[in-house]
Ligand binder design. Sequence first.
Ligand code: NAP
Length: 306
Amino acid sequence: MKAALLKSFGGTDLITIGEVGSRDLGPNEALVRVEAASANPLDLKIIAGYMQQVFPIRFPYVPGTDFSGVIDAVGTEVTNTRPGDRVFGRTAPSAGGAFGRNVVIEATDLCVFPAEMSFEQAAALPTAFGAARQGLFDVGHLQRGQRVLIHAAAGGVGSMAVQLAHHAGAHVIATASARNIELVKSLGADEVIDYHTEDFTQVRNIGLVLDTIGGETLEKSWSVLSAGGRIASLVEFGIKPRGEQAGEFAFFASATPYLPEAVRQFRAGHLQIIIESIFPLDETRSALEKLATGHARGKVLVRLSN
Ligand SMILES: NC(=O)c1ccc[n+]([C@@H]2O[C@H](COP(=O)([O-])OP(=O)(O)OC[C@H]3O[C@@H](n4cnc5c(N)ncnc54)[C@H](OP(=O)(O)O)[C@@H]3O)[C@@H](O)[C@H]2O)c1
């Protein structure tokens, strides 16, 4: 099958397009004909070789974890889905494979999505929606009425997090650059701070910071917390509590538990899925380069079929 391929660690310039063999289906697996896949910063970290301790890969590696498509075949023990179903999901990062025409995956890791959701919209969801939900609620314990500061609100995770926090009844304060302020407000932010021209530490009494940036942004974020406030960091795995303020890393192990909720929120009209751009498979490298700018608005997609 045709796929984007990585044969050694380095930059996105090493991504080529080629043919790889497909493996046989196990009894609990499904073969998905991939229609769309989305890029995530984790893909770039894997390509660079930074994730070998956590998510080891072998070459040739087909990058990408988040995909949507149609089931072509299922193993003998599969009961939750069948050929012809429109499904989406996330492969294990060590397996990758989303930027390839076919994915083989445990069938229980797939979720059926409705006809009113496009393949591109579905492929945009697994990591961005799941990490936003996990960071805000499982790790962040966000409560109705709480003030939450969401960094990088125009990005993949941030654009989902703003909507989830808004619909959960939080007061949402977000950071973005000027060109994205109206977009982030339209997603439900009550206040948007242009991080290029304003100091976000002007805000106070924040119950939860969702940190998607790390470094200096994370360091400065401690000062905006209320007594007993909390930082959920998606970036700094070494984060620790400071005094009575909590700090915890959100490790996104699996998207599977969050997929049905993403469909429910979409059906309820609570989820706009912001798509920065869509590239054909042959231009997967350009898609990853777009993401690598660090300034994508929403999600960068790759279309697998013509
Ligand atoms: N822990 C986990 O398991 C986990 C899971 C998912 C994601 N993550 C991490 O979370 C981070 C965000 O992921 P993502 O998919 O949302 O990335 P993304 O889509 O590439 O984020 C791009 C956005 O970041 C904004 N941005 C860049 N610098 C900023 C700054 N200093 N302040 C505020 N906004 C800034 C940009 O906004 P402007 O264009 O407006 O500047 C752009 O919209 C990544 O580091 C990713 O690896 C971790």
